[in-house]
Design a protein around this ligand. Structure first.
Ligand code: 2P0
Length: 322
């Protein structure tokens, strides 16, 4: 009747941008990500047989409007699969700035999928849990697993994430929180607009499979330089695709560009560092674990008082028990 789960955000090295099917949350392309070991989301789901609607809170604040609707729709899906009409109470605690492009919905829906399926008595395989999490938020399919993860495009049955073996490859990420406020446009709407209006979207979809093959090969030979170069290039292409939308979707601000300069300067100075940017202005820097201090020092020198988060590879979703 009650279950608690914890999940971590993930950062894509080959991005998910654009859906093939909105209702089923099927992506237009595969994507590949690193699950982080920072900023977990902890979610408790408790069934409430007396209630006539789902209730949810976020760090103690009741959820309302569209946010509550999204969680309720997801809970309805889980309840339906369990053959139940019982409503649930959801309590979520999240340590990450919401809506700042730090993939909070990935950790949130991965934790919710695990806690809700357990509370409703569904015993799902990791793969089916990933398929379920996908329905809450696409990128949540990836946070079901730890480390490097590939999420497959496909139909409802075939679109799930799975972990990738990466022997000998140690990755770290320095997140520069350049703006922690809510982003101007949510990624869901931004993707929709890109798919509908950007003449570059077709080129994006066509280019991802080759980039994925190259990324998989770079991971298999533990080639951090190639992994970083491919990740940075893929992120630039994703943003180019959305800049082609009408009206354009631009998440970058002046500090975003300045941070890209810092990363390029790191490389010129022999510090291997590569940038990636999601649906927000923040820049995440991929590097070796032993380079995080040097990268953080460079970012601090460029941006006084900037908040920096340093992450390594993190675990998949975990049930903490009732
Ligand atoms: C990613 N992003 O691959 C890409 C890169 C943001 C930029 O996945 O509509 O919150 O819930 O499926 O998963 C953000 O998209 O979107 C995202 P929905 P989601 O990480």
């Amino acid at each position: 009747m009650s279950s608690t789960a914890i999940a971590h955000p993930n950062i894509a090295l080959i991005k998910y941008w654009g859906k093939a099917d909105e209702r089923l949350s099927l992506p237009a392309t595969d994507s590949l990500s690193l699950t982080l070991d920072i900023a977990p989301t902890r979610t408790t789901v408790t069934l409430d047989p007396g209630a006539d609607q789902h209730v949810a809170s976020w760090s103690g604040e009741p959820m309302t409007g569209r946010e509550l609707e999204r969680v309720s729709t997801f809970l309805d899906l889980v309840a339906e699969r369990a053959g139940s009409r019982t409503r649930a109470v959801v309590e979520t605690v999240n340590e990450i700035p919401t809506g700042a492009g730090l993939a909070s919905s990935a950790a949130g829906f991965a934790a919710l999928a695990a806690a809700a399926s357990a509370a409703y008595g569904l015993a799902l395989s990791p793969r089916d849990l990933s398929r379920l999490a996908r329905r809450g938020s696409g990128s949540a399919a990836r946070s079901v697993f730890g480390g490097l993860v590939q999420w497959h495009a496909g139909d409802d049955e075939g679109s799930f994430a799975e972990p990738i073996e990466a022997p000998g490859l140690e990755l770290a990420l320095v997140v520069a929180v350049l703006a922690a406020g809510r982003k101007a446009i949510g990624s869901r709407e931004a993707m929709r607009r890109t798919v509908a209006t950007s003449p570059f979207f077709g080129a994006w979809v066509a280019s991802v499979p080759g980039e994925l093959d190259a990324m998989r090969a770079a991971i298999a030979r533990a080639d951090l330089s190639a992994v970083g170069e491919l990740a940075e290039s893929n992120a630039m292409r994703m943003h180019a695709t959305m800049l082609g939308a009408v009206p354009p979707v631009r998440y970058w601000n002046a500090d975003t560009v300045a941070a890209l300069d810092v990363v390029a300067q790191c490389r010129r100075d022999g510090i291997e560092a590569y940038a990636t940017i999601d649906a927000g202005p923040n820049v995440k820097v991929l590097c070796r674990p032993e380079a995080t201090t040097a990268v953080a020092d460079r970012l601090r020198a460029a941006f006084a008082d900037v908040d920096l988060l340093v992450s390594g590879s993190g675990p998949g979703v975990r049930i903490l028990g009732p």
